[in-house]
Design a protein. Structure first.
Length: 124
């Protein structure tokens, strides 16, 4: 795992008061796809992160059994930029035009008292 991603996940977990965060690094298939399906535990968050190329926009979509808070973000020093942000979403989709070559993260937080099944698809 990239050191910057590990530091970001640890800092976010400490700031949010959550004991366990899950961080997944994007591993692109030869076809340029990345897919995940997994439960997001109650009160936890999940980040899917990876370095993106300016020349390759990313089509993304997710769905969940219940509402989650969601964002796509990246860091420039201490500044955090959010190309997408939705609270209380059971699904969303879009095209991420990569502003600069750096690590971008898709992030969900589960504020409910139940585990929620989350499905994600990225394509470049």
């Amino acid at each position: 795992m990239r050191p910057l991603l590990a530091v970001a996940a640890t800092a976010l977990a400490l700031c949010s008061g959550q004991a366990r965060a899950e961080l997944i690094e994007i591993q692109w298939s030869e076809a340029g796809r990345f897919e995940q399906s997994r439960p997001l535990e109650a009160g936890k968050f999940l980040e899917v992160c990876g370095k993106l190329d300016k020349a390759k926009p990313v089509t993304w979509q997710f769905s969940a059994e219940r509402a989650l808070n969601f964002n796509i973000h990246f860091h420039e020093g201490e500044k955090v930029t959010y190309p997408a942000k939705v609270d209380g979403a059971t699904s969303a989709a879009g095209l991420l035009k990569v502003a600069s070559e750096q690590d971008y993260c898709w992030m969900w937080s589960n504020k409910s008292g139940h585990a929620i099944e989350l499905k994600l698809s990225l394509s470049r």
